[in-house]
Design a protein around this ligand. Sequence first.
Ligand SMILES: C=C(OP(=O)(O)O)C(=O)O
Ligand SMILES: [Mg+2]
Length: 415
Amino acid sequence: MDSVIEDVRVRKILDSRGNPTVEVDIITWNGFGRAAAPSGASTGSREVVSFPEGGVSQVITDVEDLISSELIGMAAEDIEDIDEVLKEIDGTDNLSAIGGNTTVAVSMAAAKAAAMSYNLPLYNFLGGNFIKEIPYPLGNMMNGGAHAGSNAPDIQEFLVVPIGANDMVEAVFANVEIHKRLKELITKKDPNFTGGKGDEGGWIPNITNDQALEIQAQACEEVGDELGFIIKPGLDMASSEFWNSEEGKYVYGQDGIKRDIGDQVDYVKDLIDTYHMFYVEDPFDERDFEGFAELTAKVAKKCHICGDDLFVTNSELLAYGIEEKAANAIIIKPNQIGTLTDTYETVKLAKENDIMPIVSHRSGETCDETIAHLAVAFGAPMIKTGAIGGERIAKLNELIRIEEEMSNPRMANLF
Ligand SMILES: C=C(OP(=O)(O)O)C(=O)O
Ligand SMILES: [Mg+2]
């Protein structure tokens, strides 16, 4: 065993919103792994709990010693055993005693320490040598909802995916080209636009949902024509955020419109048809598997209907979703479920059932680049990690390096 753990260190660091989060170092005799946990704003209600009641400070005072004393002497490469020990230390179903952010940072740091102990990059250590596919970057262009201020669209994320790009460099630069074009197009609609950005680096326009949809499509057309390949629009509607369960309606505050479930099915289907949407995440409330299934049945041939808050990277919820035919894609956020082992379990189930796994950042991030490696190792055809901003480009630039390092890399198959 080359990866015996000699030390575990946990510290409090800043995330991109200026909130505290945990960073973990795991030291083996010849390796080192460092990982930090991100945090959501539009979190799913069935995610594991991020931190214990006392927050990050309690992790430092009460949990660090507990984890170190159990993990020192274990092999970092025994990721499943490490994750099991973390869950035993916690002892709850939702990781509320030590926090899912604590466990996920330890789990990822252990994997990175193991990879370095064997002198391998993480994607290669976890994925093996036959892994050759680079995920397409799903870039965040405009923000609304919980990731923006008031007067922004209700739809949380206006996304693009450069499905015709030949490599990662072409792909990420296509996305930033659209981001730049959208600033010009927003300013035409709103001359007072100050260039404000949301949590994930997308613009926050003071325009209606429909106006945002129109300029998103226009930017994809224009930039796609200029670059000579297809760029498609997508959305994360994060609909749980504007679902009013008492009224039984989706309340679009910016447009002054309310839609019941049937209206919402028709509306989203219409958006997919009109704008040739390639991807729609969380078009319904996190408990509405039926609404998801109705839409998926209508559009699955041309669009990826993706569950984020619906599945929260949880294999049991995904298994139910598969039974119900609720979606054909799933967002994978390791800190929603708390360990790498459980994350992988969900990815495996998704792939076995033709559900596309899409590895994703959170709205509150750090410069940790681990998810770039996970997306490659898991064979995820897309990665959702913004387009600009230090904590977003940390992942994108790492993917450029991974692509350069691989022999015979190719872009993933999206269809
Ligand atoms: C990244 C997202 O946001 P958050 O991290 O706030 O859940 C999302 O909803 O996909
Ligand atoms: Mg989402």
